[in-house]
Design a protein around this ligand. Structure first.
Ligand code: ARG
Length: 568
């Protein structure tokens, strides 16, 4: 249950006005406190302490309140009865059903014919966790992997393959779609093509022009280019699929990106033209999004570039339109690098001005950069920009080294689960908007605020419960301090998930989970369960608490998409 909500609603109802409850850092004096007396003293013409005495007497009448006390100038501390806490553990979460509210989530957004890089890590992890949180709270969500499959890289890659294999029939203008061509590309080859082609294009204007020409023809539906594109699209989709599995993120509801959105460009252009929103500027077609009260630069939105080609801007607007007619969502949330903030500002304005989708229902969550210890964007040891797989491999290596050092023997599946947890938990732990330093040694430590520590706690807890076997578990009748603290934290879970969602802050879940693990470990320490000298009643009472902790911890871990190994 949501203890915070229950207590604050009950207190407000009792007092006849809304009282804001605080959760004190130190819960020695009360489980909750309120400054209601200080806030209301003036209005009712009393001094705060005097009013606090009156209000606390009323609060004491609530059946779940053990006692109240007054502190400082008029804070009221509220202590909850143990029996109420114990009973509440049995109450199922009363999660609101928001199913009628639909949220489209745009994350992942990988690119065709380009390997996944470190920049795709946070969008995947944070986007996926946010999706899981929203679903847990009962929203209907659709995840869109808005793949980059339409722009400049397509022209470059096709032109590069033309250079390597000019004999392939794809490049002929009389190519018939449906023609079977004996030609295969593997992922490694494909990943090499874009960097090679773009480096070559920089030195070679003729090749650059050829790539541009190919891109334009491809976008216009040249059958040969489209057939070749389909070939490498499937290689790319395969690679994305592998990444989704490796990261243990939920499968996307749609793997549809720019190319799919481009189908709606005609409809959208009509809307823009009807509203006279498109201007010619130096051959390009632009939309002015500046407002008089802007004091930061607000460049125009690029509808078509000077060659008349579709742009990242235009397909993104068409994607909003497409989602509206596909899912008709109540909200669309984008998860990308913070450096795309201006683009989304512009997009949201254009969408609103065109009457396609309202500004206030569009949201961009921009995340910070993953840096190396030098404070610059993280690079691998050989100085190259890190790929997404590199990051996971580096973490796995660090785990393997630690495990070897401690003399344990864990299989690869376990090592990978620990490495993944290290990376994901560390990512979620940081405020989404801020940068962080990626340090494989510290994130893989089995102690401290880390993924491995969380997994270790979970594995240990599961083991205790399974070792206890099938005995009937009965609720305890009284609580020690560590038991009480643990139960209160368990009853905070629903409120924590709600607040992570409302604040768009998955770090709230990660930090909660760490604190919960600490309370679980303290509980073990002070309330041993399976030791021989523990009598039956005490044992089953403690098992009752351990079982409740297991449910919450496993749910929290699942919201972060971590995999719990069998052994650790
Ligand atoms: N594909 C882009 C990239 O890799 C991100 C796309 C984000 N989503 C969007 N609707 N613009 O940077």
């Amino acid at each position: 249950m949501n203890l915070y909500k229950y207590v604050s609603d009950s207190v407000s109802e009792k007092l006849g006005f809304v009282a804001r409850l605080e959760v004190p850092r130190n819960r020695d004096f009360g489980d909750f406190s309120t400054n209601a007396a200080m806030v209301n003293a003036k209005t009712v013409g009393k001094n705060p302490r005097e009013l606090a005495i009156e209000l606390s007497a009323k609060i004491s009448e609530l059946d779940f309140v053990a006692d109240t006390s007054i502190a400082g100038p008029g804070f009221i501390n509220i202590k909850i009865k143990d029996e109420f806490l114990i009973k509440s553990l049995n109450h199922k979460s009363e999660i609101t059903n928001h199913k009628s509210e639909i949220i489209d989530l745009d994350y992942g957004a990988y690119n065709v014919a380009k390997s996944l890089h470190i920049g795709h890590l946070r969008t995947s992890i944070v986007g996926d966790t946010f999706n899981r949180i929203a679903r847990f709270l009962g929203y209907k969500t659709f995840s869109w992997n808005h793949i980059g499959d339409w722009g400049k890289p397509m022209g470059l890659v096709i032109a590069w393959i033309e250079r390597l294999h000019p004999e392939l029939p794809y490049f002929r203008d009389d190519f018939q779609s449906g023609t079977n061509v004996e030609y295969d590309i593997n992922t490694d080859e494909l990943n090499g093509y874009y960097p090679a082609a773009s480096a070559f294009a920089k030195e070679n204007p003729e090749f650059q022009a050829r790539a541009q020409e190919i891109k334009a023809k491809f976008q216009a539906g040249h059958p040969g280019y489209v057939a070749l594109y389909e070939k490498f699209l499937s290689v790319s989709l395969n690679m994305m699929q592998k990444t989704v599995q490796r990261l243990n993120i939920l499968p996307f509801d749609y793997d549809l990106g720019e190319r799919n959105a481009a189908k709606y460009l005609g409809d959208v252009e009509q809307i823009l033209r009807d509203k006279n929103m498109i201007y010619k500027d130096d051959g390009a077609q632009i939309i002015n999004v500046r407002r008089d009260d802007d004091n930061a630069p607000m460049p125009p939105y690029m509808w078509r570039d000077s060659r008349g080609a579709d742009t990242y801007d235009s397909t993104d607007l068409a994607a909003v339109y497409c989602r509206k007619i596909t899912d008709n969502p109540d909200r669309i949330i984008y998860f990308t690098d913070l450096r795309q903030s201006l683009h989304f500002q512009q997009l949201f304005r254009v969408s609103d001005m065109a009457g396609i989708y309202p500004y206030e229902k569009l949201e961009h969550i921009g995340y910070g950069t993953i840096n190396g210890s030098d404070g610059r964007p993280f690079k691998t040891r050989d100085g190259n920009a890190a790929g997404l797989d590199d990051i996971l491999n580096i973490a796995n290596d660090a785990v393997r080294a630690r495990v070897a050092e401690s003399g344990k023997d864990l299989d690869d599946e376990t090592i990978n689960a620990i490495g993944l947890a290290a990376v994901k938990f560390n990512d979620l732990l940081h405020d989404v908007r801020s940068d962080y330093v990626f340090d494989s040694a510290s994130i893989t430590s089995f102690e401290g605020r880390t993924g491995p520590y969380v997994l270790y706690t979970a594995v240990r807890l599961a083991k205790v419960l399974s070792r206890a076997g099938d005995i009937k578990i009965i609720a305890p009748t009284q609580l020690s301090e560590s038991e009480r603290n643990l139960i209160i934290a368990l009853l905070d879970f629903d409120n924590t998930v709600r607040s992570a969602f409302d604040n768009r802050a998955p770090d709230i879940i990660a930090n909660y989970t760490y604190d919960l693990c600490q309370l679980i470990n303290t509980f073990y320490h002070t309330s041993p369960i399976l030791r021989d000298d523990i009598d039956f009643d005490t044992r089953v009472g403690r098992l009752f608490i351990a079982r409740a902790a297991h449910t919450v911890l496993y749910t929290a871990i699942d919201l972060m998409g971590l995999i719990i190994p069998k052994e650790m």
